[in-house]
Write a protein that binds this ligand. Structure first.
Ligand SMILES: N[C@@H](CCC[C@H](N)C(=O)O)C(=O)O
Length: 288
């Protein structure tokens, strides 16, 4: 029996198992996703990126005219999320590397809408992440971790984030458990939490605890949410030209975010393919 192909990649050390399934034939249940992401008994990753033609994914099939390929993203616990900002760069890199797309700009369908991707001359990849939403009901949430509590800003990118400005990233503690975000019920579908410190003008650093994963080395949608929160904190809106571009340091590297006048955030960063291989079909069958 032939093995099922896969690749392994990362963007600022937010790592993914990439599983090509062009015609939507793979039964990618939560059990298999969890097993693939297991760092000891599986391939290991923060999530899975299924590479599938958009027409075969009913939730996003309306994007098929704009984007041939859909990034079907799953968190390491098997849950589904709207978008993955680091994942979409790795996904685009995979499409080109596998000959499924040309090397020019391309569009990727996601549950969070169609994303435009651009390959830069220096090898980095820029993604139009769309515009952040800052709902009034999430304007004053609160994050608690390691015995401390901070006010936070809720940002939808479009997946849910709570951004807390802290004095020291170490104050968030070990982050082995999810930070508590209140008031209770603010995020009925769970939340990604970013802890942020200022590093200088238009320069921040963050740590993140991701919904469905735990602490990760980077989060692209989180970085975009942090950029928007930082600009708003500085009194800057999308129309303000001052400090549009920010350096965003994450534990796994550096991202660059730019808020455009239309409110969209362009996020630029690395996209690395590390390995290709075949999954043992018997192992896959045992984890369905
Ligand atoms: N690491 C991702 C975000 C992945 C989804 C997130 N855990 C969620 O459930 O919303 C990124 O780079 O954006």
């Amino acid at each position: 029996m032939r093995g099922i192909p896969f690749a392994k990649g990362h963007g600022t050390e937010n790592d993914f198992v990439v599983v090509p399934d062009p015609d939507g034939e793979l039964d990618l249940g939560a059990r298999l996703v969890t097993a693939l992401c297991d760092r000891r008994a599986g391939v290991g990753g923060d999530g899975v990126l299924r590479v599938v033609r958009t027409v075969h994914v009913p939730e996003v099939a309306d994007q098929a005219g704009a984007a041939e390929w859909c990034m079907d993203y799953r968190n390491a616990d098997g849950s589904v999320a709207q978008m993955c900002g680091n994942g979409v760069r790795v996904f685009a890199r995979y499409l080109v590397d596998a000959g499924l797309a040309g090397p020019g700009d391309l569009a990727v369908a996601t549950r969070g809408g169609t994303k435009r991707v651009r390959f830069e001359d220096d090898g980095t990849v820029t993604v139009d992440m769309g515009a952040a939403e800052l709902p009034e009901r999430l304007a004053r949430v609160e994050v608690s971790a390691a015995g401390r509590r901070w006010p936070a800003l809720g940002v939808l990118m479009p997946n849910p984030h709570a951004v807390a400005q802290v004095e020291d990233l170490a104050h968030a503690g070990a982050l082995r458990e999810a930070p508590v975000v209140g008031p209770e019920g603010s995020y009925p579908e769970g939340v990604n939490v970013e802890f942020v410190v200022d590093r200088g003008p238009a320069h921040v650093a963050l740590r993140v605890h991701e919904r469905g994963v735990g602490e990760t080395r980077s989060c692209g949608t989180g970085a975009a949410a942090v950029l928007v929160a930082a600009r708003r904190r500085a009194g800057l809106g999308p129309q303000d030209d001052e400090r549009r571009s920010w350096r965003i340091d994450v534990p796994g590297g550096r991202l660059q975010g730019t808020e455009r006048a239309d409110g969209h955030v362009d996020l630029r960063g690395p996209a690395v393919l590390v390995a290709r291989g075949e999954l043992d079909p018997e192992w896959v069958a045992a984890h369905r």
